[in-house]
Structures are given as structure tokens and as C-alpha cells.
Design a protein around this ligand. Sequence first.
Ligand code: FES
Ligand code: FES
Length: 164
Amino acid sequence: MRLVFSVNGTKREVDPPPAASLLSVLRDDLGLTGTRFGCGSGQCGACSVIVDGRAVASCLMPARQAVDREITTIEGLATGEALHPVQEAFIAEDAMQCGYCTSGMIIAAAALLARDTAPDEAAIRDALAGNLCRCGVYGRAIRAVQRAAGTRAVAAGSSPAMHR
Ligand code: FES
Ligand code: FES
């Protein structure tokens, strides 16, 4: 099954099995292992990538549905040596522990900021709601997104804890 789609701005051609997920094509065929395999069932968000501007669970998306779409993975967020503002902010806020969820969270946040440059805390929580973190970095992740959006000072009085 020959498929052609755009990944991180480059046209890529793959020949996966008919039932292959976008996640398996990204990791196994294209070597883009920054996108994580977590639950494999759309529950954890570790496999999030941006498809035509929206963060999606790539473990659930058949690769054939990616044809003619623009895919952005964590490897595609930086511009040359310059990290994406969300990546910079996650580092600045130390918003990671084991790091397994981190690329998915950053992808979800980057997709949010691309459509809403100044999201309030509720919008940030909503955008990250599908990204589970067993290390519990939710509060720091929210602060990182606020930092990237430039709304950190405004939101400084709000609760850092994310209860779900
Ligand atoms: S691996 Fe895709 S949502 Fe968990
Ligand atoms: S930092 Fe460990 S799962 Fe989120």
C-alpha cells in the first residue's frame, strides 16, 4: 500500500501494511521515534502528532488517512537550532520527569497555541486533557504553556495543580 504524505514539511513515501497506524509508520518506517507508543488505544496521548493543525492520537489513525495531509511530529517543531517556544517553556518550567509523555504534551500545546495565541487556563487544561502523565507534571506543564503563550504572569495566582 503505497502512501505519500507530508511529514515535517517533507514529502515522504511509505509502503506499510494496509492496517498500519500512522504511529507505526512514523516510528517504524520513518524512524521518527520522538512520537511515543503508550497505550495504543487512544487513552494516553503519548502518540500525539499534529495533522492539518489538530493534535491527534496517531495510534488510532490509519496511515492511509494521512494521505495528502500535513503531519507535524515533535521532530518538526524546532526551526534549525531554535526550539519551538513550547519546547523552550517546558525546559524553563522543568515540566518533565521521566519524559515519556512530554512529546505528546508539547505537541498538544503547540497545536493549541497555533490556533489560540493567548489561551486561558481552562483552554490549556482542555488541550492537555488527553495527555496522561504518570509522573504528575500537570501543574508545571500548564505553567509552561502559559509561559510560551506569554500569559504566565496573568495566570500566576491560579492553582498550579491539575486535578483529573
Ligand atoms: S499510544 Fe496513542 S493514545 Fe496512547
Ligand atoms: S513526565 Fe513521566 S509520564 Fe509524564
